[in-house]
Design a protein around this ligand. Structure first.
Ligand code: PMP
Length: 356
């Protein structure tokens, strides 16, 4: 007899991108920010009183939530924080979608963690195919039997943003179900966040992260914004796992980071500029690239398979991500690094394709 519960026997865990150990590489595979956290966040960590680690952190991280609420223009009661947005999403799936019931809807090409949460909680799901150009067709989500909808916006790994107006149609079409808008990449988008709509709709939960636009992937801080009743439900789920998901060091650092609006704006602007330059350079080499509203490019090389291109780049010390899945196995998901990183990437691609 296996020493495993039925639940553990059925798990299909998420596989994160490679975190190379020690080796010097250009790391463009996990959508981290190439720039350091805000100097104010770094100072907050330096000034953190280590003797405070003797104490448990504030279980509701009020001071951090107040800072997030101020920046987002909502009340503190509308903010939930967790250990990365993956954790926030995992609690949200448990909080709002029923096991063994009507399916939750999400695109066939999207963040692969959604299926993992469904397998963990026994939630049925229906993958709604994206159109051939990888865009969402909202009509395909209408008139379905469902317990809720999850849309990453901009979507991952396609990098494409869906118009807020279309998401609003879905929120209104299913007033008795929660729609989760995963805005992990929204700070790089030409579209505004859906956050203001959380005041109007009690069934919209917006999930965000400090991992990308705030350069704090290692700090692990994600948050959700929504109606107070949604936030209270998330807190109840969280308190069934762990009272202290956000540690006191991360709370202090994240608070300083979100209060530094200027640094945030200059970093995101730089990344967007670099993204557009890299997109143009790769298109010139013949890559097929979606319009990106994120901090990564979704690009299919010419003349060679995605697998081959990924391996050839890896051999030159450049790591990019690829998903061996139907429809997208020839695409590379390339994080936008610094200008230098992207120039090296383009030069390596040119060299690889030159030999074909
Ligand atoms: N949502 C999407 C769409 C993502 O790509 C990621 C990053 N892997 C996350 C959520 C999770 O980010 P984090 O847990 O670092 O906040």
């Amino acid at each position: 007899m296996a020493l495993k519960s039925k639940l553990a026997s059925g798990l299909v865990p998420y596989v994160p991108g490679e975190q190379p150990k020690g080796e010097k590489v250009i790391k463009l595979n996990t959508n981290e920010n190439p720039y350091p956290p805000s100097p104010k966040a770094i100072a907050a960590l330096r000034d953190f009183r280590a003797d405070r680690l003797r104490l448990y952190p504030d279980p509701t991280a009020d001071s951090l939530r107040a800072a997030i609420a101020a920046v987002e223009g909502v009340k503190i009661e509308n903010v939930f924080v967790g250990n990365g947005s993956d954790e926030v999403l995992s609690f949200a799936f448990a909080a709002f979608f029923d096991g063994n019931g009507e399916p939750v809807l999400f695109p066939d090409v999207t963040y692969s963690f959604y299926k993992v949460f469904c397998s963990l909680y026994n939630i049925n799901y229906e993958e709604v195919p994206l159109l051939d150009d990888f865009t969402v067709n909202v009509a395909d989500y209408m008139n379905k039997k469902t317990c809720g909808i999850v849309l990453a916006n901009p979507n991952a790994p396609t990098a494409i943003a869906l118009e807020n107006k279309s998401i609003q149609e879905l929120i209104e079409a299913y007033p008795n179900n929660v729609l989760i808008a995963d805005e992990a990449y929204a700070d790089f988008s030409s579209q505004p966040s859906l956050t203001p709509l959380t005041e109007k709709y009690n069934n919209l939960l917006v999930v965000k992260t400090f991992s990308k636009s705030r350069s704090l992937a290692g700090g692990r801080l994600g948050y959700a914004i929504g109606d107070k009743s949604l936030i209270d439900t998330l807190r109840a789920v969280k308190d069934c796992f762990n009272s202290y998901t956000v540690n006191s060091m991360t709370a202090a650092v994240a608070k300083a980071a979100i209060e530094d609006a200027e640094y945030f704006a200059s970093c995101t602007r730089k990344i967007i500029e670099t993204r557009e330059k890299a997109r143009a350079a790769l298109s010139e080499l013949g890559f097929a690239i979606t319009k990106s509203d994120a901090n990564f490019l979704f690009a299919k090389p010419p003349k060679t398979s995605g697998r081959e291109m990924q391996a050839a780049l890896r051999a030159r010390g450049i790591i990019v991500r690829r998903f061996d899945l139907p429809r997208i196995s020839d695409y590379l998901r390339i994080t936008v690094g610094t200008d230098d990183d992207m120039n090296e990437l383009t030069a390596a691609c040119r060299q690889i394709l030159g030999g074909k």
